[in-house]
Design a protein around this ligand. Structure first.
Ligand code: SAM
Length: 329
């Protein structure tokens, strides 16, 4: 068994015991068992003595600090994915591993010369994307913020961050309300796509819909830009339809006024169920005194991530682009 399989088996087996005992969903049980693993104890009082013993026995078999953060993240991700399959929540999908890893690489390259960084993920979900990024910035001093409106995902996220020893500041709230965070050097966000139900709050935004509900993803972009420092970078996972929707002209005007577009990287269509579901990584920089637009934005169609050779060539191309444009370097 690989280390990831061993850890996943622990999360899975103990979650099944807790699911039965607590009469909860598997995903809730994964969060509970993750917390137990972190504390090295069984924290749920309602668990019977027999099962407490069984659980403690299982937890004892594993020493968490023998695993790398990436092993912990991937094993926990597998358990969360299993839980999400049970209850399909279309708007709460975890950012896929390959995308999280690729975003991590991009954040690392764009911030190569930063010693200290503040990172914000305003739709942190399970913190899979955020912790993947944090795991790839090992020599930096990083302060990070994660926000999500969903209480269960927030619990999953904070357990996930604890297991990987990342001191993330979490807020369980609507990210389109005022935020209590420092302005960020880097925003990462797998945007929630759809309508935002709170018209009253939406009316504070430049990108509010002209009539009826506003697009949550547009408001998220505006809010993210607002909470970014001058010259800070924003990495969004966007639907490809972002630039063709009825409200695209307003979004374009907003982006032109407040940001410079660094790049648009289209993910391979084979990653998605259909063309409508396809996504891209959109990289922006917030305007500031020293910020110059790139001579040529990075416009790329990414190959299949399984095609190692093509991916390597593409990363080389991106590194060359960064060296020429000297962005953030
Ligand atoms: N990157 C995340 C991960 O790795 O698990 C997945 C993000 S998921 C695509 C989008 C997230 O946005 C969901 O977790 C959802 O609960 C959250 N969300 C949607 N509307 C929100 C709002 N108004 N405020 C805060 N979070 C919101």
């Amino acid at each position: 068994m690989t280390p990831i399989e061993r850890l996943f088996t622990l999360f899975d087996q103990t979650a099944l015991i807790l699911q039965e005992e607590l009469q909860c969903t598997y995903l809730e049980a994964v969060a509970e068992t993750g917390e137990n693993v972190f504390h090295g104890d069984v924290l749920q009082e309602e668990v019977s003595e027999l099962n407490k013993k069984r659980l403690k026995n299982e937890y004892k078999q594993i020493q968490l600090d023998r695993f790398t953060n990436e092993e912990v993240r991937k094993a926990f991700q597998l358990a969360v994915l299993k839980g999400m399959k049970e209850h399909t929540q279309p708007h709460h999908q975890m950012t896929p591993d390959a995308v999280s890893l690729f975003m991590s690489y991009l954040v690392g390259q764009f911030t190569a010369n930063h010693f200290a960084l503040t990172i914000l993920d305003p739709a942190v979900g399970t913190a899979n994307l955020l912790t993947a990024v944090l795991n790839h910035l090992p020599r930096k001093q990083v302060k990070s913020y994660g926000i999500d409106v969903d209480d269960l995902l927030m619990k999953v996220a904070y357990v996930n961050a604890n297991l990987q020893k990342h001191p993330v500041h979490f807020f369980n709230q609507d990210s389109l309300q005022p935020l209590f965070v420092d302005h960020a050097d880097v925003v990462i966000c797998d945007l929630p796509v759809g309508y935002y139900p709170n018209d009253d709050n939406a009316s504070r935004f430049i990108l509010k819909g002209e009539s009826g509900h506003s697009y949550a993803h547009h408001l998220f972009i505006e809010q993210s830009v607002h909470y970014t420092k001058e010259g800070g970078y924003l990495f969004f996972l966007i639907p490809n339809s972002l630039f063709t929707s009825d409200q695209a002209p307003q979004l374009h005007a907003f982006l032109k006024e407040h940001t410079v577009i660094q790049g648009l990287l289209q993910l391979p269509l084979s990653m998605f169920k259909n063309e409508q579901a396809a996504k891209s990584i959109f990289i922006l920089q917030k305007k500031g005194i020293h910020v110059k637009a790139p001579k040529k934005a990075l416009l790329i169609e990414l190959p299949k991530f399984s095609n190692k050779q093509a991916m390597k060539a593409m990363m080389h191309k991106i590194d060359e682009w960064l060296a020429t444009e000297k962005k953030g370097l």
